[in-house]
Design a protein around this ligand. Structure first.
Ligand SMILES: [Zn+2]
Length: 149
């Protein structure tokens, strides 16, 4: 995977409603919808130092940000819940994973000294923060609580 074209990257998203494959730019504005059935698509993408503002700060949806690293075992416990949250909150939340090893400037800016660290950001402002792993059900409850606040 090359980081040099990260800001122009598209994600291939399979629609959970009709199975159509859709290409969704990581920095797209608004809410991605399936080109075939027009339902909201789950949005799970990645960001790094070079495109964090485009993908996260300037996002028009609230962002669930997952600060993780490949060597972090608790981060793996979180992973199924992160994937599920992208589906559960399709249309309401953009889910973005940031590998702190590959994005030291973002990790520094968000003071991600302990991972996994989850943030919910809206218009670049922090609405919620959770440090440490959660199971999928607890993660969903936490997201619902932050979104309702
Ligand atoms: Zn569809």
């Amino acid at each position: 995977m090359s980081g040099s074209v990260a800001s122009a990257r598209d994600d291939a998203v399979t629609c959970p409603h009709c199975g159509a494959r859709n290409r969704v730019p990581a920095a797209k504005a608004g809410v991605p919808r399936c080109g075939r059935c027009h339902n909201h698509l789950p949005w799970l993408t990645t960001a790094g130092d070079d495109n964090f503002d485009d993908v996260v700060t300037n996002a028009t949806l609230p962002v669930l940000l997952d600060m993780w690293a490949p060597w972090c075992m608790p981060c793996r416990i979180l992973e199924p819940g992160i994937v599920r949250a992208a589906k559960t909150f399709a249309g309401d939340l953009k889910v973005v994973k940031v590998n702190v090893d590959e994005a030291p400037k973002v990790a520094d800016r968000l003071a991600a000294r302990s991972i996994p660290m989850l943030l919910i950001l809206q218009d670049g402002k922090e609405r919620g923060k959770q440090v440490g792993a959660l199971g999928p059900d607890a993660l969903q409850k936490w997201i619902e609580g932050v979104m309702a606040s």
